[in-house]
Design a protein. Structure first.
Length: 151
């Protein structure tokens, strides 16, 4: 397997590892400064993936659905994050073969860096929302977010 695609897939498994650890009731948790709920952060991650698919390879959108704010459940998040991971894998694979990604510069590997940075930022916000709302993630889960070799 291509190590760039594998890196993307590991990153998605880390997102799902965190999501699986969160009780469904806590998807509505928010930080003290308000903003998105935990569930809305996960939905945003997915929906930004869809934005890139639409811009760069719209044919891949047929396998995924946008997650609306009023329809956020753990099951929907897990299903759609898995589907968008697969579609983005295909997008990156195609972009690597072509040496470019429509609408993104400088190159496909940088796009992977962009996606991981963006989603990791939201993972941090998710953990902050949970902590500030009185539902911090377990320390084992917090350390597990950094165990990429085990995911």
């Amino acid at each position: 397997m291509n190590p760039i695609i594998e890196t993307w897939q590991i990153h998605n498994r880390i997102n799902l590892y965190l999501l699986h650890s969160i009780d469904e009731l806590y998807l509505s948790s928010v930080s003290l400064s308000k903003g998105r709920t935990v569930g809305e952060h996960f939905a945003h991650i997915h929906n930004v993936r869809l934005m890139w698919l639409k811009a760069a390879m719209p044919d891949l959108l047929s396998t995924v659905e946008k997650i609306e704010k009023d329809n956020i459940t753990k099951a929907i998040l897990i299903t759609q994050l898995n589907k968008s991971e697969e579609a983005i894998s295909k997008l990156i694979e195609n972009a690597l073969q072509e040496g470019k990604l429509k609408g993104f510069k400088p190159h496909p590997t940088a796009f992977l860096g962009y996606l991981i940075s963006h989603e990791s930022h939201h993972r941090g916000q998710i953990t902050m929302c949970l902590k500030q709302s009185g539902h911090p993630i377990d320390k084992k889960i917090a350390f597990g977010l950094w165990e990429w070799g085990n995911k």
